[in-house]
Design a protein around this ligand. Structure first.
Ligand code: ADP
Ligand code: ADP
Length: 231
């Protein structure tokens, strides 16, 4: 599903050049759940942005769903992103002025889905995620755990093949964090590929594989205990 080869990303400002990703290569197969770990500044967010087609690499190759991304223009990348990729953020990134229902509906509007189909899909996912009774509430009226569940629903409503999660439990207490991890595991079991940036070894243990970055380079990769146990 994802094939990176010698991917390099350099940020340039007038005084400074900073190599955020340095010759990164790896592959992710459909249905995998992969964690990305490493200290602050090692390139994790940059990597997610490149994988999520939000940012272009400097050099190297990125194949997503069998196609080299470099050949796409901005509009094509944005279409590909809207159809195939869902994002989950540490700060939930819900729109405060919109209700739970409207927040989850938004990606369907971007994808030009008609209103009756939108209602059907949002109702379905709201139920699945256990927040039906909160449909008309605003994000401020929900706990952090509930807000992140809404954010997961928003990421999922378009049925993306890939979910990119940037420290999804970073702002949650242990029990709500575990709830969100539970949800991600269920998603992954139903076939969705997940790439998750995390600082938590506990969260990473739910994934199949962990990639460790340092100064923009992969320094190690290991299968997680759970997936070894499952073999
Ligand atoms: P992480 O997510 O692991 O903390 P980042 O991907 O945010 O790391 O950053 C990797 C490196 O790239 C850091 O040295 C950071 O300072 C630099 N960097 C990130 N974004 C920018 C930017 N927009 N402009 C300049 N440098 C950046
Ligand atoms: P649940 O376990 O039902 O998902 P929580 O245990 O997080 O939810 O919260 C218990 C109740 O307190 C919920 O009804 C929730 O909406 C409410 N609540 C929690 N945090 C907040 C908050 N910051 N503002 C308003 N209500 C909150």
């Amino acid at each position: 599903m994802i094939k990176l080869k010698n991917l390099t990303k350099v940020y340039r400002t007038e005084e400074l050049e900073s190599t955020a990703l340095n010759q990164v290569s790896f592959e992710i197969n459909p249905g995998e759940f992969v964690s990305i770990m490493g200290p602050s500044g090692c390139g994790k967010s940059t990597l997610l942005n490149v994988l999520g087609l939000l940012d272009k690499p400097e050099s190297g190759s990125y194949e997503f769903l069998g196609t080299e991304i470099a050949q796409y223009n901005e509009k094509q990348r944005s279409d590909l992103r809207k159809k195939n990729i869902g994002f989950i953020f540490q700060n939930f990134n819900l729109i405060e002025e919109l209700t739970v229902f409207e927040n989850i509906e938004l990606p369907l509007i971007y994808n030009k889905i008609n209103s009756s189909e939108r209602k059907k899909r949002v109702d379905e996912i709201i139920q699945k995620i256990g927040i039906s009774h909160r449909s008309n509430h605003y994000p401020q009226q929900l706990s952090g755990g509930q807000q992140q569940r809404v954010a997961v629903a928003r990421a999922l409503v378009t049925n993306p093949s890939l979910i990119l999660a940037d420290e999804p439990t970073g702002n949650l207490d242990t029990s709500h964090g575990n709830e969100v991890m539970d949800l991600l595991c269920k998603l992954n079991e139903s076939g969705t590929t997940i790439v998750m940036v995390t600082h938590s070894a506990h969260d990473a243990s739910f994934s199949n594989r962990t990639i460790n970055l340092l100064d923009g380079k992969i320094v190690s990769e290991k299968e997680s205990k759970l997936s070894q146990a499952a073999v």
